[in-house]
Design a protein around this ligand. Structure first.
Ligand code: HEM
Length: 147
């Protein structure tokens, strides 16, 4: 029996997983779970009006809540994502969605807008913004799976 056909080829570019240190846990210490949830919700509000909207499910609020559990975890808080959904395996979990360079740029642009006033809005420690931007930059390159 032949393998099931995919509806589209999945390209696997060679971008490696992020090698740098994870973001500083001081970010969770400063924002708390509530601040991180608000920040991720704001990111999803911007995604809702972006060119990648169609990749996401209808219920963006629910998608934001799920995603926020990962960001709480990766920014130094309790492992809410792993407890609820298992190992992150983010690249694998993104494979069903066709993410090309333009989609990555749109996703990052929404983060840029959120981070522009993150110190004032969420109490994000300004000194940790450059490393957090680097984290998003390298992590999102790893998510790209289409040309
Ligand atoms: C490169 C551009 C990216 C695009 C276009 C994108 C798009 C998506 C889409 C379409 C989903 C599914 C939403 C759902 O069904 O609920 C998703 C889920 C998610 N994304 Fe991304 N994503 C990107 C990068 C990233 C990065 C870099 C991270 C983390 C740093 C991330 C974290 C998550 C998380 C935590 C989820 C929920 C996973 C799950 O369903 O278990 N995404 N993303």
């Amino acid at each position: 029996m032949s393998a099931p056909q995919r509806s589209r080829p999945i390209h696997v570019p060679r971008t490696p997983p992020p090698a740098g240190a994870p973001p500083s846990p001081e970010i969770f210490a400063a924002l708390g779970e509530d601040g991180i949830r608000r920040m991720v919700e704001d990111h999803y509000v911007l995604l809702e009006g972006s060119s990648v909207r169609a990749l996401f499910p209808d219920d963006m609020a629910a998608a934001a809540r799920k995603s926020a559990t990962f960001f709480v975890q990766v920014l130094g808080g309790p492992p809410l994502y792993s407890q609820a959904y298992g190992p992150p395996r983010m690249r694998q979990r993104h494979l069903p969605f066709e993410i090309d360079a333009a989609a990555r740029d749109a996703w990052l642009a929404c983060w840029d807008e959120v981070l522009a006033d993150a110190p004032a809005r969420y109490g994000f420690p300004a000194g940790h913004l450059p490393a957090y931007r680097d984290f998003l930059d390298s992590f999102s390159a790893w998510m790209v799976n289409a040309e």
